[in-house]
Design a protein around this ligand. Sequence first.
Ligand SMILES: Nc1nc2c(ncn2[C@@H]2O[C@H](COP(=O)(O)OP(=O)(O)OP(=O)(O)O)[C@@H](O)[C@H]2O)c(=O)[nH]1
Ligand SMILES: [Mg+2]
Length: 205
Amino acid sequence: MECCREPSCRKRGRWRWRWRRQSGSGVNAEEEHGIKKIILIGTPNVGKSMLFHRLTGIYATISNYPGTTVEVFRGRGSFENQLFEVIDTPGMYSLLPLTEEERVTRALLLAEHPEVLIHVIDARNLEKMLSLTLQLLEAELPVILVVNMMDEAETLGIDIDLAQLEKDLGIPVVATAASKGWGIELLRKRIAEYVRKHGVRKGVG
Ligand SMILES: Nc1nc2c(ncn2[C@@H]2O[C@H](COP(=O)(O)OP(=O)(O)OP(=O)(O)O)[C@@H](O)[C@H]2O)c(=O)[nH]1
Ligand SMILES: [Mg+2]
């Protein structure tokens, strides 16, 4: 699918070829300009890719991030009649990148201007993982916190006061067990609500 060449078009330049690969998706050019972006981030092994599949279904395009061997997965989901592009990223520990994977994730955050950044954490290591949430909030990114692996936490008898966490952080907090499909519908709802409330972020990708 061709780019419309408007200055605000996110498909201009280096991203354009990837969208061409999705030309069979049945989404027209007008819809693509209004598409909202969700980026999934978090440390390795917290369930980002599992959530990605839950949110998008099986359709995804894979490409190497320009100039690297790091793979980036993109897919689509429609929640409450809003179309989203969902981007899965390699694990990162901090906004100060050390590895190539972390550099790619940071570059994606800066280049893509997501409407929602889903920070996925492991319910079994809540406190340790919240430091990245705080960094993201300090950077004024549009964060929704997903506390995943709730099934494992439950087995271990870990009790998490989600309402208090939501109050303390001042952002939506959703509990999930992605491998079991728990909390996914609620997450979709909270994402759609968040975007309705905060609107579409402006920026040129
Ligand atoms: N028990 C349980 N296992 C989960 C859950 N979510 C993901 N997993 C498992 O945890 C492992 C890691 O999941 P991934 O989705 O690959 O994690 P990731 O964050 O994408 O990992 P990286 O890509 O390495 O950063 C896999 O074996 C999943 O099946 C969950 O909610 N509960
Ligand atoms: Mg992954």
